[in-house]
Design a binder for this molecule. Structure first.
Ligand code: GLV
Length: 300
């Protein structure tokens, strides 16, 4: 089976992925975009990491697009993506574990004021703040997919009262009113774009904190900045941004109430994700049901 491997991968990353995928799916012949273009009809599947728009056009034999990214919003925004070809997102327990580690770090940091102590250290300031218990810090996890549920159970094990919210008709504002820390793990869809805006922040209690591990476009930056600057929100931990890399000089870099991560909360790990992709390729080859398919109408 000929499989196209393409996307935002430099030569070293392409080689790493190819090595991991070849080991996991030895029956596949891996092609780069240039090789695929030489015999487009022979390409049966594509394994992709945010490929440039248009990359998957003109491949008439394509029967599976397997994303190496968990979020497929960038893929779905490509109007040339062949509409009839099944699209699978990356669902890898190792990635959910990594997300749970990042979420645990961020919640522990905000709960115990470690970001405040880090800022105090830079000023040479010795000052101790009241110590709350985990049981006093209510956490709300937006998004109840594999990652949201893994994050929620890890935080519950650390002693936090955790609520989950999914976009299925549950009212959000009453949940926000009960949250000291809110973690966004929603997929980016037309319905969730811009959800973290002024009314969302206003619904949170004064002194709440926000952790965005979803997509930058979930947030209306000006509204978040206003909520931080007015003192309504205590802090924001942001892993994702409207434009990545975050532009030099962007206010988030130096905002005292913002912690910036370089979209590093949960990277796809070739050591485990290659096996997930390979399992779907084998299912395709053997005519078995494909896993983790995206419902295009739903957007994830
Ligand atoms: C990372 O953001 C991913 O979608 O895999």
């Amino acid at each position: 089976m000929k499989v196209l491997l393409c996307g935002e991968l430099d030569a070293a990353e392409w080689a790493t992925w190819r090595g991991a995928l070849s080991a996991a799916a030895p029956q596949a012949e891996w092609l780069d975009l240039r090789q695929a273009r030489q015999d487009p009809a022979a390409v049966q599947a594509a394994v992709v990491a945010n490929p440039a728009p248009g990359s998957l056009q003109g491949l008439p034999g394509l029967r599976l697009i397997q994303s190496l990214w968990a979020g497929v919003d960038r893929l779905l925004s490509d109007a040339t993506l062949p509409p009839q070809v099944p699209l699978a997102r990356m669902v890898d327990p190792a990635m959910s574990e990594a997300m749970a580690e990042t979420a645990s770090w961020a919640v522990l940091t905000l709960h115990r004021d470690f970001q405040v102590y880090a800022a105090q250290q830079r000023r040479g300031e010795w000052r101790v703040w009241p110590q709350r218990r985990a049981g006093e810090v209510r956490v709300l996890v937006l998004g109840q997919g594999e990652m949201g549920r893994c994050v929620g159970s890890r935080l519950a094990a650390l002693g936090y009262p955790v609520q989950g919210w999914r976009r299925d008709g549950q009212a959000l504002a009453p949940r926000l009113a009960q949250a000291d820390i809110v973690i966004n793990l929603l997929p980016l869809t037309p319905q969730t774009r811009g959800l973290l805006a002024a009314p969302f922040f206003a619904a949170l209690p004064r002194g709440a904190a926000v952790i965005n591990l979803g997509r930058g476009a979930h947030v209306v930056d000006a509204d978040l900045q206003a909520a931080l600057d007015s003192g309504h929100l205590r802090h924001a931990v942001l892993d994702v941004f409207h434009t990545e890399p975050l532009a030099a000089g962007h206010p988030w870099w130096t905002h005292p109430l913002v912690t910036v991560l370089p979209h590093a909360a949960a990277q796809t790990d070739p050591r485990t994700a290659a096996a997930v992709a390979a399992a779907n390729l084998l299912a395709l080859q053997e005519g078995r049901p494909l896993a983790h398919l995206v419902a295009r109408s739903r957007g994830y």
